[in-house]
Design a protein around this ligand. Sequence first.
Ligand code: CP3
Length: 350
Amino acid sequence: MPESVPPSPSDKPLLAVLKGERRDPPPIWMMRQAGRYLPEYRALRADKGGFLDLVYDSEAAAEVTLQPLRRYPQLDGAILFSDILIVPFAIGQELSFVAGEGPRLAPTMLDARMRDLEPHMERLQPIYETVRRVKAELSPQTTFLGFAGSPWTVATYMIAGQGSREQAEARRLAYSDPGKFDAILDMIAMVTVDYLSGQIEAGVDAVQLFDSWSGSLAPAQFERFVIARTAWIVAELKKRHPKIPVIGFPRGAGGKLGAYARETGVDAIGVDETADPNWANRELPQGMPVQGNLDPLALIGGGAPLSDAVQRVLDAFSGRPHIFNLGHGIQQDTPLAHVEELMRQVKGGE
Ligand code: CP3
């Protein structure tokens, strides 16, 4: 008589959906929910110096991970406070964040060869310490998400040394020096498996692979650099941690979304805001958990256009396991009141 069993106090709705259950209302979290739109984040960051100092101070990083959950108790997920560029830092590039300009990695992989870099795998350890600290404080209903960038997206930063227009440097290298390009992707993929395994062993419940720039690739390259590499990472992770769900987020995949969902082995798929949710629902395998896909700019706008957009997402995915999320990260200038509106609309209550 499963209906008469009271919900367990350790039930994690988000994790249940990742494992294929449907919940109503759907669980919710927001990509980049720990960050600069929160005044309490900005205050702590100012105190600690820079972004990287915050990431490497496990006590502070755990606090930042928990900040959005304190402000919005409706959140079902916590995402580890770290960055996808910790992997190149461990591979041996120097990492810095220039105020107002974003990340810098040196030397760039246009200038250096893989064997010029001296790996520093110990640079991953403090991140696991953050996971352990968060785990100790998290409510048993909250799903704890670890993450890494996917090889292609991380490679775009390693190769250009910074964010790049249309990822042109990396796309050029893929054609001009495929051997070197493959060696870079292979190295990232190997370290990523260790890094995600380390996060899992330290206590995360599920992991997400961010492929933020998968949209810039030609179809044959998408197959090799995105699908094949993601499939390899998922298979390796499943050997070590068969029960831990993997969320794939191939941002901008467009018409290649279905192929990614079917061919990578990911348990759940993140959909960005450029995909019509009704189209995505038809395109994706029946029963596959979907995460998304409110336009983060609708959240900035607020009002009736926001509630219409939220309702469209809820309706489109009402027949399958669904995790409500944004189509990409929450932006810095998002009014906190609009996030509250979103929480009320998705989860109910005053
Ligand atoms: O809530 C969370 O998601 C926190 C953890 C997190 C961060 N970055 C913290 C961060 C996650 C999951 C990321 C992922 C990330 N980092 C991606 C993939 C997701 C996406 O948004 O596409 C990418 C491409 C990066 C690389 C990166 N890190 C860039 C380009 C920048 C500068 C621009 C920006 O978005 O802020 C960062 C810095 C960064 N990473 C900040 C935070 C909170 C801002 C640092 C600050 O100034 O305080």
